[in-house]
Every structure is written in structure tokens, then in C-alpha cells.
Ligand binder design. Structure first.
Ligand code: ZN
Length: 96
């Protein structure tokens, strides 16, 4: 292959920007592995720690969104009860 060594060869144009990637990329650890090393990688402490962090972050995110939904539901319920109380007071001035 001439273009790997030739400086002026037309095939070299931009070739240095192209990387041939054969392997698997771990999105947790941001690392690239050859297929043979993937199985070893997923058993490492680093990967496990990153996995545990990801699971905890997901869990926290889900719980926070549940809390927000619950708060919104409570606020809607309280607002509805307040409206009903106001209507009842208006309809029955003597009961307030
Ligand atoms: Zn990993």
C-alpha cells in the first residue's frame, strides 16, 4: 500500500482523519475494545462501578420525576378543593 507512506500521494488526502474502528465501544466507560476484550472489560471493577453509578442515577431520576408528578397531583387536588370551598361559601354565605 503506497499511500500509507507517501506524503504527496493523492490517496493520502484526508486519510489521516479517517480511523478504522474494529471493536466495541463501552458507553459507560467511554472506551473502545476489540471483540475479544469486551467480555473481560464487562467484568472489571471500573465497568461495574460505572454501571452501578448509572443505575443509581437512573433510579434517582425516576424517583424525582415521581415526586414532581405527586406534587403536581397534590397541588391540582388542593386547588380543586379550594375552588369548591369558595363556590360553597358563595352559595351559602351564612356557613362561612
Ligand atoms: Zn465499561
Amino acid at each position: 500500500m503506497i499511500h500509507h507512506l507517501c506524503i504527496i500521494c493523492i490517496l493520502c488526502t484526508g486519510l489521516s482523519f479517517v480511523k478504522k474502528l474494529n471493536g466495541s465501544f463501552c458507553r459507560l466507560c467511554k472506551k473502545l475494545f476489540t471483540s475479544e476484550l469486551v467480555e473481560k472489560h464487562v467484568k472489571t471493577i471500573l465497568h461495574f462501578d460505572n454501571f452501578a453509578k448509572k443505575v443509581q442515577a437512573e433510579k434517582a431520576r425516576t424517583e424525582n420525576s415521581k415526586k414532581v408528578n405527586r406534587n403536581n397531583a397534590n397541588a391540582a387536588f388542593e386547588s380543586e378543593m379550594e375552588t369548591r370551598a369558595n363556590i360553597a361559601r358563595q352559595n351559602n354565605p351564612g356557613m362561612a
